[in-house]
Design a protein around this ligand. Sequence first.
Ligand code: SPV
Ligand code: MG
Length: 431
Amino acid sequence: MKTVYTCFCTDVIHEGHLNIIDEACKYGELTVGILSDSAMVRYNRFPSISLQDRIGLVRGLQGVSNVVVQEKIMYDEIFESLHPDYVVHGDNWSAEPMRAIKKNILELIDKYGGKLIEIPYTWNEELSKLDKQMREKLAMPEFRRGRLRKAIKMVPIVRAIEVHSGLTGLIAEKTIVVDGGDIDQFDAMWISSLCDSTNKGKPDIELVDMTSRYRTIDDVTEVTTKPIIFDGDTGGMTEHFVYTVRSLERMGVSAVIIEDKKGLKKNSLFGTEVEQTQDTIEHFCKKIAAGKRAQLSDDFMIIARIESLILEKGIEDALERAKAYVGAGADGIMIHSRKKEPDEVLEFCDKFRSEDKETPIVVVPSSYNTITEEELVEHGANICIYANQLIRAAFPAMERAAESILKNHRAKEIDSELMSIKKIITLIDEL
Ligand code: SPV
Ligand code: MG
């Protein structure tokens, strides 16, 4: 009996999958692989039901002999362990990342033997509607809010990229790279106070009011499904913060990060070059606890950001605060630094982790940007925020375009650096 393998990355079984099973089992004994949670996340198919439930969808279907978990998007481990005689797949390979998957399968067939059977991909109005419904479910506040807590458990480190508009939201949502045989993308979005303010031409001093910041969240949520971490600055007055918590929960935001500063807040990357005052441990703990009491959902997170290293108060002060903030109910700790080297952040992570194995640690490697995500994982970090790179990429590009037009009295010279007109008018899909 020949062995046949196919892999599903889905939360629902529809006629397209049944068709693949019908065709595949004609070739021999069929094993269906269910893509693991972490691989689904990397593939931009965040699972809306558990792995066990996904296995249950397939087990017992006519024509299916075995069900296994496929841990990675690429098929290497499957070929090594199962040596399938046939791999069956829909023929929808035209774009990345599907193209890379086909290449991977063909390379493995070259190495291990076997044959790829391509089945015409089933696509009709019904399935397109189903696909859209699945995506829309992911975007709903109730579902989106819980995604950050789930993602922390699913991937080695949650990568969040700064967004400050619908357009940057789309970049965070859709950018996928195929690199070294792996597929990668961002897990979450960071609505930075620096970038949200800068985008509105305002300084990062809590001047852009909450109503305006909520408008940015709205613009982002309208076109994305990924979880949002909101930069809540100092959280403002405790009496106001409790309302912010409720509003963010309602909008489907997953986490708010508040920093332990008081008075006129300035951006942390100024460090001690400007006057900034750290809050007392006692007062900041009260703010965290009040936020936790106000919170209505179980999945929303209040993350406490420690500014001790920014304000040169030392690691011991940071650790003391971390312990107190967790005690007051913080669901995570963000440690910030503006040093070029990651040493103080790593030392903090190591010391914090030696006492607290659970509480998520958030880091923001803006200035110590040589550190890799893999190194951060080794030191126990759970969320890595790329806090300002998109706006820093956009500004010089826009400035160059403006200067070129002024210098040349026409736009021809800059055109080769610009997105084509055809692309910009078709960039945004209509409903
Ligand atoms: C932000 O992105 O607004 C932050 C991070 O708070 S930092 O700019 O480094 O302070
Ligand atoms: Mg900020």
